[in-house]
Ligand binder design. Structure first.
Ligand SMILES: Cc1ncc(COP(=O)(O)O)c(C=O)c1O
Length: 424
């Protein structure tokens, strides 16, 4: 950093300028040229599923033809959405989150990333009472997009998870109760299913944590971007419901609408009120398109059917296909590998224990061959102890076409095979 940069940028700006995680991932997505050689297993785009696309196109055309189109284009919403939309969401979500929600429990944002930039700052850093609070990520690896969202530096805390072998070439991360510590903690954050691993935290673990957080009035932020009620990619996991002490975040992105930029937060009235102040200052208002589409999708109960009968079967089939393709490619070339149990979401998290280069170097070697993956080292914000997985793991999406996954598997296997501790 030059002196001039220090002079003209705040320390937060400099931290963001140095952020290589979410930025490089999203820039990789944006730089796609469409060249047939590109193999895009990096970003978090949902798959293009014709039945889902047809449903969304129909919804979009209805909205476009509706007499309220003028309002969609020409009016601001209230910062977190007008009351009529909040009432529609409260009614729909009460049914699907087993709670008696009112409009005061609902706030809308321009994507859940936007909601988290407020939620994480709401509960961490210097507090109004003079204390300093941190964000505990109870099980890492955890979503890359949380890191650097806080204005205050070094507020994440994480400890190595338990690593449980679940089968040949299979493992799973679990909550480590022995290191769980709420000292200085203002909030907990977890995604379920977890991006990047596809883990689905058992409800018993959530309830165990709540026995300790509720008496201390420490909220738990639960990111349901891939979870229930939509897109509901939770495999055999039980759904999460709304309860006091939980702040739930839902998104339209992974059902297939990332371009609409629409997220919903469900929480207690006070948190929603506070979020409204953040939204007014930072966004003025939530965008209209997501709300107008939501009205049609919720009032006609379209999303449960879409999630359970179209999205879930599609992603489960893709997961099995990806597992078969990568396993075959790895076995053929003698790659030393372990895959996290893919219990939900749409990513594979793969560990290469004998890799002789770092996962970050592996990312570059793959990129040189037009194969895009994500290096796993970004997914451990707040972890300061040694944990070999931070350097040995990668994430890849299985949303792509079979032929692309197959070529990706071959290239990855070849590169890893020639960069293993035992390679000739
Ligand atoms: C776990 C998780 N949370 C939040 C987001 C942000 O999603 P959006 O802002 O599109 O709702 C993503 C996107 O990949 C994600 O994977």
């Amino acid at each position: 950093m030059t002196e001039t940069m220090d002079q003209i940028y705040s320390s937060w700006a400099n931290r963001l300028r140095n952020n290589q995680g979410i930025r490089s991932l999203m820039e990789d997505l944006g730089k796609v040229t469409g060249h047939p050689d590109e193999i895009l297993l990096g970003g978090g785009n949902p798959a293009k599923i014709p039945e889902a696309e047809a449903l969304f196109q129909e919804t979009f055309s209805r909205v476009a033809k509706h007499p309220t189109l003028r309002s969609l284009l020409g009016d601001y919403q209230a910062p977190t959405g007008n009351d009529s939309f909040r009432e529609i969401a409260a009614e729909f979500l009460s049914l699907h989150l087993d709670a008696n929600l009112k409009k005061e429990n609902i706030a809308f944002f321009n994507g859940s990333q936007n909601a988290y930039s407020f939620l994480l700052n709401l509960h961490s850093g210097p507090m109004a009472n003079g204390s300093f609070k941190k964000i505990l990520l109870p099980v890492v690896p955890e979503y890359i997009g949380y890191a650097d969202q806080t204005i205050t530096e070094d507020v994440f805390i994480a400890y190595p998870p338990k690593v449980v072998v679940t089968g040949k070439h299979r493992f799973r991360y679990e909550l480590n109760e022995n290191t769980f510590d709420l000292k200085e903690v203002g909030v907990l954050a977890l995604s379920r299913p977890t991006n990047p691993t596809g883990n689905v935290l058992p409800l018993s673990d959530l309830e165990w944590m709540e026995e300790q957080t509720i008496p201390k009035r420490i909220p738990i932020l639960i990111d349901l971007a891939y979870g229930n009620p939509f897109p509901n990619l939770i495999g055999n996991g039980k759904p999460i419901f709304y309860r006091e002490g939980r702040t739930l975040s839902l998104s339209f992105s992974k059902i297939g609408l990332p371009g609409v930029r629409f997220g919903i937060v469900v929480s207690n009235e006070d948190t929603i009120e506070t979020l409204s102040s953040f939204a007014a200052v930072n966004n003025l208002a939530v965008g209209n398109l997501g709300l107008f589409m939501m009205e049609h999708l919720f009032e006609n109960e379209i999303l449960p059917n879409l999630s359970n009968n179209i999205l879930r079967p599609f992603y489960e089939k893709k997961r099995d296909l990806a597992l078969a393709l990568f396993t075959t490619a790895f076995e053929k070339l003698g790659v030393d590998y372990e895959i996290h149990d893919p219990m939900g979401g749409f990513f594979l998290w793969i560990r290469f224990p004998s890799l002789s280069v770092s996962n970050h170097e592996l990312y570059h070697l793959c990129k040189d061959k037009s194969l895009f993956i994500v290096s796993g080292h970004y997914f451990f914000p707040g972890l300061n102890s040694d944990f070999s997985h931070t350097k040995e793991c990668i994430r890849l999406t299985y949303c792509r076409k079979e032929e692309e996954l197959a070529r990706g598997a071959e290239i990855l296997a070849e590169i890893v095979a020639s960069h293993q501790a035992n390679s000739k």
